[in-house]
Write a protein that binds this ligand. Structure first.
Ligand SMILES: C[S@@+](CC[C@H](N)C(=O)[O-])C[C@H]1O[C@@H](n2cnc3c(N)ncnc32)[C@H](O)[C@@H]1O
Length: 236
């Protein structure tokens, strides 16, 4: 049983104010549980949102992190990194994952929590856009919401009012995602994450209007359809 000891050190109100979905810090704590992160590595935090995962990497592992996001301005993230005293380690950047401004072979690792499904939900993203920026053997750790199976052709009646077409186009099963990575990563794993209930409950307990909206969906789903999926491996 994972008690998320590292995340517990952080102020709960700070986390709640900066969550943009299921608690990304505990998702990252589970992702990095048996990780190969070492001081001196250069990490890409792709789709970092308000930077909770970048803060975790800097504070817990003392790593240099490039915190890239599209919706959250870099200056807003810089202020948060200053508030947390990690602005010397984290470089905030406003950029689109489809057009990243980095040299080839630049990163020792990429992590991406609750954002990859927005831009990487196709057959070419990893190989064409992301892999070129990674060193050979770079560690890849990605987590995103998905489905326990492909529900798309027969959507359960009780979920129809909660799932819109756009979300469904991004939420898929492990079987759907597997071919997007399996030939590009060695030591490849793809699995359902343990933190589903806790990550969602932490998010649903915030007053964020999107969280309030999500409460009905998660309660009605009741563990039947939705999933949180992790992908790890080393770039070939
Ligand atoms: C649900 S939020 C999650 C943010 C953060 N990772 C977290 O878990 O708190 C999804 C994030 O994906 C980012 N995103 C979506 N499309 C993107 C793109 N094309 N390039 C970069 N980031 C993107 C958004 O800017 C947003 O911050």
């Amino acid at each position: 049983m994972n008690s998320y000891i590292r995340t517990k050190k952080y102020d709960v109100d700070f986390l709640k104010q900066n969550m943009m979905g299921p608690n990304s810090m505990i998702v990252l704590e589970e992702l990095t549980r048996d990780n190969p992160l070492k001081q001196g590595m250069r990490i890409l935090d792709l789709g970092c949102g308000k930077g909770l995962t970048s803060i975790f990497l800097a504070k817990e592992y003392n790593l240099q992190v490039f915190a890239v996001d599209l919706w959250v301005p870099a200056t807003e993230n810089l202020n948060r990194f200053k508030q947390m005293n990690v602005n010397n380690l984290i470089i905030p950047l406003h950029a689109d994952a489809l057009n990243l401004p980095f040299a080839e072979g630049y990163f020792d690792a990429v992590i991406s929590v609750d954002s990859y499904h927005y831009f990487g939900n196709n057959d070419s993203y990893f190989d064409k856009k992301l892999r070129p920026l990674l060193k050979k053997d770079a560690w890849v750790a990605i987590a995103f919401p998905g489905m326990q199976y492909e529900v798309h052709d027969s959507i359960p009646e009780e979920m129809k009012s909660f799932w819109d077409e756009e979300s469904l186009s991004k939420w898929h099963s492990i079987e759907w995602w597997k071919p997007k990575f399996e030939n590009s990563l060695c030591k490849f794993t793809i699995k359902e994450m343990e933190c589903f209930d806790k990550a969602w409950n932490d998010w649903l307990s915030t007053n964020n209007p999107y969280a309030v909206e999500d409460r009905g969906m998660i309660n009605t789903d009741n563990g039947r359809y939705m999933n949180f999926i992790s992908v790890t491996g080393n770039a070939i």
